[in-house]
Design a protein around this ligand. Structure first.
Ligand SMILES: *Cc1c(COP(=O)(O)O)cnc(C)c1O
Length: 254
């Protein structure tokens, strides 16, 4: 697969990332397979979203060359230029482009920037942002796939709908013609022992199961849950999208 990189400096940075990422990625993929197997699931049901925030375009290019296709970014203002640079530096067939996911909290005034580049917005966390996204998607005649972010643990520091609010939110969002709900997303609390996150993931799945019966015409196909610390538990509890940054790219400079 020809993926020439256009300038020498970039090319050596891509090489550095290739060396750094290769063994880490192998290990992560092996752990995804084992977790899926333990849960009696196929690893094919789990998509790895490599979270490239805090790393340059060259890191994305290296991961692409190692077979990763899905990339997660949490801020539109960082992602925009990076996506541009990736498409300048990386040659890929049109049907095998990198797929970008928006996973971070989106400010209302930046909603317009979120419509267009992302295959999936994981972080629709309040009605106001849903209404905005609907308006901008309508303006450009697109239908934007989204997930609803749920604050399962109820931590004040976290974004997302409270589980008891979500039905009312779905009632409103489900009739927006330019948004398409595809499931739920959550972030588990940071804990010492990842096993402690299991109830959070199990509750997200139970909530999804309830929504499936209440809204059978919505395609509730995705559960976006699990990060570097806890993705194996999330897979055991039904994750279809795991968002993994540090375990692949190494620590971020933030
Ligand atoms: C940064 C981030 C991740 C990835 O975190 P790691 O611990 O580096 O794997 C996943 N999801 C969201 C929403 C993030 O902001």
């Amino acid at each position: 697969m020809p993926t020439p990189v256009q300038n020498a400096m970039s090319s050596s940075l891509v090489d550095q990332y290739l060396q750094r990422i290769r063994p880490r990625l192998d290990k992560v993929q092996e752990r995804i397979r084992s977790a899926a197997e333990r849960a009696g699931r196929s690893a094919k049901e789990v998509t790895l979203v490599a979270v490239s925030k805090g790393h340059p375009a060259e890191a994305v290019i290296a991961a692409y060359r190692l077979g990763v296709r899905d990339f997660g970014e949490n801020r539109v203002e960082e992602a925009g230029p990076k996506m541009g640079r990736v498409s300048e530096l990386l040659t890929f067939p049109p049907d095998d482009a990198p797929r970008w996911h928006l996973i971070g909290h989106l400010q209302s005034r930046k909603a317009a920037q979120a419509i267009g580049p992302y295959v999936l917005i994981h972080s629709v966390d309040r009605l106001k942002i849903a209404r905005r996204l609907e308006r901008f998607a309508a303006e450009v005649g697109r239908v934007q796939p989204i997930l609803l972010e749920i604050n399962v643990s109820g931590e004040a520091s976290k974004f997302g709908f409270r589980p008891e609010e979500v039905e009312q939110a779905v009632n409103e969002i489900v009739v927006m013609p330019h948004l398409r709900i595809q499931g739920l997303m959550t972030m588990a609390p940071l804990v010492e022992d990842p096993e402690e996150t299991r109830p959070v993931f199990a509750r997200l799945r139970a909530l999804r199961d309830r929504l499936v019966t209440l809204y059978p015409t919505v395609d509730w196909c995705h559960l976006s849950m699990g990060m570097s610390n806890d993705f194996e538990i999330a897979i055991e509890e039904g994750a279809t999208l795991v968002r993994i940054g540090t375990a692949i790219f190494g620590p971020r400079e933030e």
